[in-house]
Design a protein around this ligand. Structure first.
Ligand code: SF4
Length: 357
């Protein structure tokens, strides 16, 4: 057991949230082979966990017995290792999304005392329960109860996360704020941190280093084969969207998005401005982000509409120059680029629509 702040994390929490540091500590005395060849069906459970998640979009719960909880706790790191071994970004993203959805579902039902401790541990965010507010808040407890505001989050932590959320509900003017804190219901808190839960799981997988000899393990090889046999195939890339040819940087951004890779903001911005200038509609661009790989359609819409000048101050953004893309480390220059100064000049073939300002 591990004590986090004043809450004791126990066996139940470890199987529900197997990315907690305590699970890693418990594994540290063993090597991976011990888990792959364990008497407990950890490998079998990891395989079931992956296949179920890939097919259903959320990972299963295994919490009927104490033995199942132990198996589930250790099958999570093993399933991360297996999914990473597929070397397929599409499957890795789908798995991370399924696991993050499972966590979200659990958090919605979670004891309110546990939630601040879990988020503090996994995302390093300081939250407190509204009932614990002891400062000179102008918000009284009847108001908090009536609005089901169970938590409060530091204003700057709130702003940095809510900025990309599209609905009016998240704008500060529509929130209850007092003493430098924003008050939230349990569901709102989970929605605010949803993206980070996914990113946390995704980066744990990305950071894994798999020793090559492990891939030669018979048990792992056979499990991998069974998973790949039934794993869903990535949707066909919708790459051809206009009559021109894509500059390498734009083609790269599209390819990364459709494979579920992490694309830097500069890449998404370039792709969106370019496609808008090439005559693609906002809806067509949003449609290129596969929701099955964790892209939230509301957030994508907000970002694309903003770049298209339909939101905010109405500014339509220009396609960044080649030198800007080079500076942002998102230039994939080939001979075909020649000496062009802007991706719009690529090969002289890009059919560009004039801005109708
Ligand atoms: S040179 Fe320009 S068009 Fe070519 S890859 Fe780099 S940024 Fe893109």
């Amino acid at each position: 057991m591990i004590t986090i702040l004043n809450y004791i994390i126990g066996e139940d929490d470890e199987s529900k949230y197997p990315f907690l540091p305590e699970v890693g500590k418990q594994m540290s005395g063993y090597n991976i082979q011990d888990f792959l060849n364990s008497d407990l069906p950890i490998l079998e459970n990891a395989k079931d966990r992956i296949i179920y998640g890939l097919k259903n979009g959320t990972s299963p719960e295994f919490n009927e017995t104490i033995e199942m909880k132990t198996i589930a706790k250790f099958s999570f790191p093993i399933s991360m290792l297996i999914i990473k071994s597929t070397n397929q970004n599409y499957l890795i993203s789908r798995f991370a999304l399924a696991e993050s959805r499972r966590v979200e579902e659990l958090l919605h039902k979670e004891n309110p005392d546990v939630i601040p401790q879990i988020f503090k541990t996994i995302l390093n965010i300081q939250l407190s329960q509204s009932k614990d507010v002891t400062d000179k808040s102008n918000i009284n407890s009847d108001f908090l109860t009536k609005n089901r505001f169970k938590y409060r989050i530091n204003l700057s932590d709130y702003l940095s996360r809510s900025i990309s959320l599209p609905k009016n509900q998240w704008r500060l003017v529509n929130r209850s704020v007092s003493g430098g804190y924003v008050f939230l219901t349990q569901d709102e808190l989970i929605a605010l941190l949803r993206e980070e839960i996914y990113q946390m799981i995704r980066s744990k997988i990305d950071d894994l280093k798999i020793p090559p000899e492990l891939l030669e393990e018979a048990a792992l090889k056979s499990t991998l084969e069974q998973i790949l046999k039934v794993a869903p195939r990535p949707p066909k890339a919708k790459i051809r969207v206009f009559s021109g040819e894509y500059p390498p940087c734009v083609a790269k951004a599209i390819e990364m998005i459709q494979k579920g890779d992490q694309v830097p903001h500069s890449g998404k911005f370039l792709m969106t401005t370019f496609l808008l200038r090439a005559g693609k509609t906002v809806d067509e661009i949003i449609d290129m982000y596969p929701t099955s790989l964790g892209f939230n359609q509301n957030i994508t819409r907000y970002q694309v509409e903003h770049i298209a000048g339909l939101k905010g101050g109405g500014t339509k953004y220009e396609v960044p120059s080649c030198s800007t893309m080079k500076m942002k480390d998102f230039c994939y220059k080939t001979d075909a680029c020649g000496t062009i100064k802007n991706p719009l000049q690529f090969n002289g073939k890009t059919q560009v629509k004039k801005h109708g300002r």
